[in-house]
Ligand binder design. Structure first.
Ligand code: CS2
Ligand code: MG
Length: 403
């Protein structure tokens, strides 16, 4: 009754590109999964259509763990963002089906609610410190308990996280990669002032976060962490590139500013050292890019015994499907830390009908069976895919750098 009879990939661009997997069973139930990988969307779509979907038809949709291992071990070529995003889409779609078959919201299948609501962080940004702080004050007055602050760097034309639109931050803004210029020196000279002004205006009863976006060396990150200690950040994110997980040993030795990392990770293996040596405080690996709910459950359990909390990535390039899956997970998991929340565009919300809600800085996934999100396929068809790349970064001397 839960045999998979069909599966298809839906690519659309309501405000930005999304890739969605839809799996249908002989009982007439269907589940959906997010397969969006910003700037490499069609790679995941092809991986699913050419290599995964033919193997799904005829399988029991209820055998989630078996299907996960079939797709992970059966590929031979393990891990990587494309593979793990494709596996995640299948995994989440099957969990959605299981919730619908059980007639229960997903969090009930994950162990039930462990808290009354999911604390999220919003985003304040502007090219000036004053503008960023003003936007943050507006968000605090709207009830947000946690706010990420990103601002421009004097002398640089652009900076990560500073949006052209007040409500949305969409970094994939070119049909070929836009080239940005970066100066660590100029950034390090100016960023502390953002938090001096923020604490002066916002006070101390709001969590402040900051995303360094992989741009500092370990010793520079250690310096920044020390510089920011007086402002009591909730976390300093992606302080340094983490392929070499040992980078964080040096940072950890020098600063008590909490560290978050991992939105670009796609499996537990990308963060095993970071977690077991307690080099970080929050793990940001997401359901859409790290193998789905089934893998994140294992990763979160491993993190729990090492005092590491979850802090899932939740940017607009993760669809409302991932937001819903994350909220179900966040509501239930014991070592929940915080959830990133960037509102999607009105077009996105029109295509992805959602049950989740937000109120006074807390979110709930809703009580609909499964994920509580659906996709309007006919409306999605009105928003065709448009190739879009994330920017690249160069130092002022032209050296290609981290974006
Ligand atoms: C960022 C993202 O939300 C975050 O913390 O790092 O904006 C990230 O740059 C994008 O998701 C990349 O597609
Ligand atoms: Mg980030």
């Amino acid at each position: 009754m839960s045999k998979i009879i069909s599966a298809k990939v839906i690519i659309c661009s309501p405000g930005r590109n999304f890739v969605t997997l839809k799996i249908e069973t002989e009982s007439g139930h269907y589940g959906i999964g997010d397969a969006t990988l910003n700037g490499r969307e069609l790679a995941v779509a092809a991986y699913l259509e050419e290599h995964v979907l033919p193997c799904l038809v005829g399988r029991d949709a209820q055998k989630i763990e078996d299907v996960w291992n079939y797709l992970y071990k059966g590929a031979y070529w393990r891990r990587g963002p494309v593979t793990m995003t494709a596996i995640a889409a299948v995994d989440v779609a099957l969990w959605d089906i299981k919730g619908k078959l059980a007639n229960l919201p997903l969090y009930q299948l994950l162990g039930g609610a462990s808290r009354d609501g999911v604390m999220v962080y919003a985003h304040a940004n502007h090219k000036t410190v004053a503008g960023t702080v003003a936007n943050a004050l507006d968000l605090k007055n709207k009830g947000f308990k946690a706010i990420r602050l990103q601002t421009g760097v004097p002398g640089l034309a652009s900076n990560y996280g500073v949006s052209k639109h007040k409500d949305f931050y969409e970094p994939a803004d070119g049909d070929l990669p836009v080239e940005n210029a970066w100066s660590t020196e100029k950034y390090m000279q100016s960023v502390e002032q953002l938090f001096v002004e923020a604490r002066r205006s916002l006070g101390w009863d709001v969590h402040l976060l900051h995303d360094v976006h992989h741009r500092l060396s370990p010793i520079e990150a250690a310096r920044l962490g020390k510089d920011l200690e007086p402002y009591r950040l909730f976390w300093m994110e992606d302080a340094s590139p983490a392929e070499n997980q040992k980078n964080f040993q040096l940072i950890r030795q020098h600063t008590t500013t909490p560290l978050a990392v991992g939105e670009v990770f796609n499996s537990l293996w990308d963060c095993k050292t970071l977690i077991e040596e307690q080099l970080i405080d929050y793990i940001r690996a997401t359901i859409v890019h790290a193998g789905g709910l089934s893998h994140l459950r294992k990763l979160a359990c491993f993190a729990e015994i090492h005092n590491v909390k979850t802090g899932f990535h939740g940017a607009t390039d993760l669809s409302p499907i991932t937001m819903a899956a994350a909220l179900h997970f966040d509501l239930s998991v014991a070592n929940f830390g915080i959830q990133e929340y960037m509102r999607h565009s009105d077009e996105t919300y029109a295509v992805f009908n959602r049950h989740y809600t937000i109120n006074e800085g807390y979110m709930l996934p809703g009580e609909a069976p499964g994920l509580g999100v659906d996709i309007d396929e006919s409306l999605a068809a009105k928003y065709p895919y448009k190739r879009a790349y994330l920017p690249v970064n160069r130092l002022e001397d032209g050296t290609l750098f981290h974006w």
